[in-house]
Write a protein that binds this ligand. Structure first.
Ligand code: NAI
Length: 214
C-alpha cells in the first residue's frame, strides 16, 4: 500500500464516510458495487469517487466495480482502524462521560485505557470499563502504559497546562473538544478539533437560506 501522507485533507475527510457506507452495504449482503451506484448512495459524483480511491492506488476493476469487503478493508487499513492505539481521556464531566460511554473507540483504531479528572470527589468512580484516576497520577500512568492519544474534555482554561504535560509525556495526538486552540508551535503533533457548535452554525446557515427563500 502506498504511503498516505500526501493525501489531501478533503479526501481524508471523506474516507470515514466511505468506510461507514461500505460497512452498511456489507451488512445488507451487497458484495459488489459500481462507482455509479456508490455515488448515488453517497451523493457524490462517480468521478469524485474514482478520483478519491485512485489516491490510494484505486481498488476497482473496469467493468466490475468494487468488491465491497475488500474496499472497506483497504480503507480501514488506511484509516488505521486495526491499530488499537492506546488513548486516555482527560475530563470526566458531562462531555467526557458521554464520550466514554457512547463512542466505540476500538472501532476507530483506539483503545481507551485511562480516564483522568481533577475532581477528587469522583476519583475511583467507575466510567464504562474503567475507573476515574486523579490527574495527579497522569505522569505515573503514562510512563507505565505509554498512551499515544489524548481526548480532551476539559475547560479551555485548564487545557494549555494539560497539553504541556501530555507533550512532555510524548503524547502527540489530540482529539480536542476543549475550546483551546492547541498551538502548532509544539511541532510534530496532530490535532483533530471538534466543535459541535460549528456544525450547528453550518446548519443555521442552511436554515437561513432555506427559510428566507419562502
Ligand atoms: P464539565 O464541567 O461537566 O466537565 C469538565 C471536567 O473537567 C470536570 O469533571 C472537571 O473536574 C474536569 N477538569 C477541569 N480541569 C481539569 C484538569 N486540569 N485536569 C483534569 N480534569 C479537569 O464540562 P463539560 O460539559 O463536560 O465540557 C467540557 C469542556 O468541553 C468545556 O470546556 C466545554 O466548553 C467543552 N465543550 C465542547 C464541545 C465541543 O463541541 N467541542 C461541546 C460541549 C462542551
Amino acid at each position: 500500500m502506498p504511503k498516505n501522507s500526501n493525501i489531501s485533507n478533503p479526501v481524508i475527510r471523506r474516507l470515514p464516510r466511505y468506510y461507514r457506507f461500505l460497512g452498511e452495504l456489507a451488512k445488507q449482503g451487497i458484495s459488489k458495487i459500481s462507482s455509479r451506484e456508490l455515488s448515488e448512495k453517497m451523493k457524490l459524483t462517480a468521478s469524485q469517487i474514482r478520483q478519491d480511491l485512485n489516491c490510494f492506488g484505486g481498488f476497482g476493476q473496469q467493468g466490475y466495480g468494487y468488491n465491497v469487503a475488500e474496499l472497506r478493508c483497504e480503507i480501514g487499513k488506511i484509516l488505521g482502524v486495526d491499530k488499537g492505539r492506546k488513548a486516555i481521556l482527560i475530563g470526566a464531566g458531562n462531555l467526557g462521560t458521554a464520550l466514554a460511554m457512547h463512542i466505540n473507540f476500538e472501532k476507530s483504531g483506539c483503545k481507551l485505557v485511562g480516564i483522568f479528572d481533577s475532581n477528587k470527589s469522583i476519583e475511583n468512580n467507575p466510567l464504562g470499563d474503567l475507573t476515574i484516576t486523579d490527574i495527579s497520577k497522569l505522569e505515573e500512568f503514562c510512563k507505565k502504559h505509554n498512551p499515544e492519544i489524548a481526548v480532551l474534555c476539559i475547560p479551555k482554561s485548564a487545557t494549555k497546562d494539560i497539553v504541556d504535560r501530555l507533550i512532555a509525556l510524548n503524547i502527540r495526538c489530540f482529539w480536542n473538544f476543549s475550546h483551546y486552540d492547541i498551538n502548532i508551535d509544539y511541532g510534530n503533533i496532530i490535532v483533530e478539533n471538534v466543535h459541535l457548535g460549528d456544525s450547528l452554525l453550518t446548519l443555521s446557515y442552511g436554515v437561513n437560506n432555506l427559510l428566507s427563500e419562502e
